[in-house]
Design a protein around this ligand. Sequence first.
Ligand code: GLY
Length: 387
Amino acid sequence: MPRARDRPATALMTRVVVIGAGIAGLISAWALSDDVDSVVVHDAGLTGQASPVAAGMLASAAELADGEEALHALAARSVRGWPELAGRLRDAGGVDVGLRDEGTLLLSLHRDDDAELDRHARRLARLGLPPARLDARTCRRLEPALSSAVRAGLRLEDDLSVDTTAVLAALRGALRRRGVEIRSGAVEPVRTGERVTGVRLSSGDVHPANVVVLAAGAHSRPLAARVGLEVGVRPVKGELLRLRTHTPVLTCTLRAQVDGVPVYLVPRRNGEVVVGATSDDCGFDTRRTPRAALDLLLAATAVVPELRDAELVSHDVGLRPGTADNGPYLGEAAPGLVVATGHYRHGYLLAPATAVAVRHAVLGTAAWPEAVPFRPHRPVDQKVGLP
Ligand code: GLY
């Protein structure tokens, strides 16, 4: 499809409405904004939005799980798109999204965890990505603040991270400069016959669109149900803490298991460390619990003892949009409806992949073969489809 401004005035207008102003919605709007006639993003202020509180790990190697090789392939390609995306966002509005390339250190603090490091090394080796195995002294040379309890580590050099607050601000600013309106208030998709034809505002008015992009994270399922579509997304609660030290204590992202509690620590350049995250399948529960705070603080300070003296900046909850196979739904789900949801733990990591998939669905541009397994109508237990 030619760019909107290059098309004759008589050509059909393409009006896009995006439901959701998290990372998936904003990146979808950004991906389309130069090539369609209008894009409006509806920020419904949905409870438990994951994007503003996410740690921003772009960690395709660290987060690889057994049986998720297809997801890893998509994630590994997507992460390679981040340096260009970060550069384009900087050019668009001068915002530095804090892209860091020091990688991840997976750590073992207990004899039992040595075996898990070995398993993860074998998982990556099977994909042709054998990581470097480090002894305790080398780990501490890389990160002097590490506890003396650290026994060994795996260095995953290709993992990146971003400052999620900066990414959202950069995207919002860049969209406004491109004339994309970001409206507040609840909306739901509406259908005329077999086609989704726009969104209904809380006033009852309908905002017509040729394409609606559903990017409402954990809330996508009830919204899709309004047009008779089943989108298999469920909320998976995560609690995170933000700590701040006067001078930065870390450079790499750290991951470890402490007394059965999995923990990650993601450093920001301003001295903040994001500590996450719990994982609970408990519906739309956004309560901040003492248990999560205790578990995360005990685990984080066991890995980096000097964080005991850090400032405790915040304790937040995000509802990850989980799916049956942990992969996203990307593409046309029904006539007039494109879905960009179900990113689960990987909203930021998969942002470049989401941009490409949404452009493919709306504009017919080239798709990534790695995205094919994540088409909306794939056969999984909780599927997407019109009944
Ligand atoms: N990707 C980090 C998390 O979901 O907690």
